[in-house]
Design a protein around this ligand. Structure first.
Ligand code: BGP
Length: 480
């Protein structure tokens, strides 16, 4: 039993949640800089799903009082050397980060890239490689150039595909000797739930929002296929994967109708990986599209491109499982990302996400059975409020317990035949939450001194989990 040699242990981040420097060195505005998902009175309520309008964007751009936490991040832009040195000290084999598209193409549709933006990532990748850390780079992580959103309504427009392909080709060419692991769209399935953050879709620019979101998904599939082909052509020794927010939904009971509901839940989730890995639209979506009066506009050649541009491996985030039920009367009492009934066998995080390590093994088997491609867990972890003791120490044993339980299930899955490439827990250094914009929802091994309003010294310090994870990596998962 154990993890294979070369297993990619590391940690994960995203530009819009940790770089800061939001308009520095020529970077343009992004959807993330204008999305204000501030904490609500009830912290278990998820507000990311609220659609944004042109007026909301104008308001956000005019607002200068610093209430948009994603703009200040944790200042990785200026502290990357210190942060990467800490990752190296933990023994990271890989570091997942994203390139901010509007740092490279400020409005999204320029013909020439912003050299200062390219230079920043050169320095970051060089710093990683200095320590033997392989960068794992997401091309688009919840951050779309605002210029393209306002001009074309984001990914709803077919024109966006060419702009994305140009951006992808520029970064592949520039970093071909430095980056060998790539991901196309972070949590691509989120576009079916909310169009703004990853898709640049403004609700007032369409009279059928769901149609716009699924049309955008089609365009992202094409963009993904083009990026896969370009990556293979430009960096033949690279591997490029998709990225799905995996939602494992158990049937509530052994009632066959509940089992069917869990199959339907899988359909809305696995639709995206089915297209990106199998290379064609699954037939089960026809009924869904009909029910919601969605008609995907395709052009000649689209189906062929999808077949040619399938990914090399599947990556996904895994935080929780949920319940699928045919009993629509029941209450949604778990504060899971999308709301679900509460599973009585599971505990929840402070934000109501139901903690389910065995569910990770269930999912690993399900995905590997379905696709037979290598899997990569590129996000997992516990968002929690940490307490800094008088002497500066942080005893996050709850985080260690969470990870240990998940790593044990990964080891079992590998023993049971699953091909797993690596594990990059989310927010290896504390950063801004995607769903609530809070700083106090922390995931890191490294603490960052900053509060929800952006006050603090930004000093980095090690939590107890830092030494623990270092040992896990040093023993390749044998001593957890
Ligand atoms: C995923 C996103 C990340 C991230 C993480 C944790 O959905 O890809 O960007 O932030 O979830 O979620 P949150 O920050 O809302 O706790």
């Amino acid at each position: 039993m154990g993890f294979p040699e070369g297993f990619l242990w590391g940690g994960a981040t995203a530009a819009n949640q940790f770089e800061g420097a939001f308009l520095e060195d020529g970077k343009g505005w992004s959807t993330a800089d204008t999305a204000r998902y501030t904490k609500l009175d009830d912290p278990t309520k998820f507000s990311l799903l609220q659609p944004m309008t042109t007026a909301d964007v104008a308001f956000a751009q005019a607002d200068q009082d610093g209430i948009y936490p994603k703009r200040y991040g944790i200042d990785f832009y200026h502290r990357y050397q210190e942060d990467i040195a800490l990752f190296a000290e933990m023994g990271f084999k890989t570091f997942r980060l994203s390139i901010s598209w509007p740092r490279i193409f400020p409005n999204g549709d320029e013909l020439e890239p912003n050299e200062a933006g390219l230079q920043f990532y050169d320095k970051v990748f060089d710093e990683c490689l200095k320590y033997g850390i392989e960068p794992l780079v997401t091309l688009s992580h919840y951050e779309f150039p605002l210029g393209l959103a306002l001009k074309h309504n984001g990914w709803e427009s077919r024109e966006t595909i060419a702009h994305f392909e140009r951006y992808a080709r520029v970064v592949f060419n520039r970093y071909k000797d430095k980056v060998k692991y790539w991901l196309t769209f972070n949590e691509i399935n989120i576009i079916g739930m909310t169009g703004y953050l990853s898709g640049g879709i403004l609700a007032d620019k369409t009279d059928h929002l769901l149609q716009a979101q699924y049309q955008a998904a089609h365009h992202q599939f094409l963009g993904s296929a083009l990026a896969v082909k370009a990556c293979h052509e430009i960096i033949p020794d690279a591997k490029i994967g998709n990225m799905l927010a995996r939602m494992e939904a158990y049937p509530e009971t052994s009632n066959p109708n509940d089992v069917m509901e869990s199959i339907y839940a899988d359909h809305t989730n696995l639709f995206y990986s089915d297209v990106q890995i199998r290379g064609y639209y699954p037939a089960y979506m026809d009924k869904f599209f009909k029910k919601h009066q969605i008609v995907i506009q395709k052009e000649a050649g689209d189906d062929q491109l999808l077949r040619e541009g399938t990914v090399d491996f599947m990556s996904f985030s895994y935080y929780m499982s949920s319940i699928a039920s045919s009993d629509t009367e029941g209450e949604e009492t778990a504060g899971n990302l999308l709301g679900s009934k509460k599973n009585p066998y599971l505990k929840s995080s402070d934000w109501g996400w139901q903690i389910d390590p065995v569910g990770l093994r269930v999912t690993l088997h399900k995905l590997y059975d379905r696709y037979q491609v290598p899997l990569f867990i590129v996000e997992n972890g516990l968002g929690a409020k940490d307490v800094v003791e008088e002497d500066g120490s942080i005893h996050d044993d709850y985080r260690i317990d969470y990870m240990r339980d998940h790593i044990q299930e990964m080891a079992l899955a590998i023993e049971e035949g699953v091909d797993l490439m690596g594990y990059t827990p989310w927010g290896c250094i504390d950063l801004i939450s995607a769903s609530t914009s809070e700083m106090s929802k922390r995931y890191g091994f490294i603490y960052v001194d900053q509060d929800d309003e952006g006050n603090g010294t930004l000093a980095r310090s090690k939590k107890d989990s830092f030494e623990w994870y270092k040992k896990v990596i040093a023993t390749n998962g044998a001593d957890i």
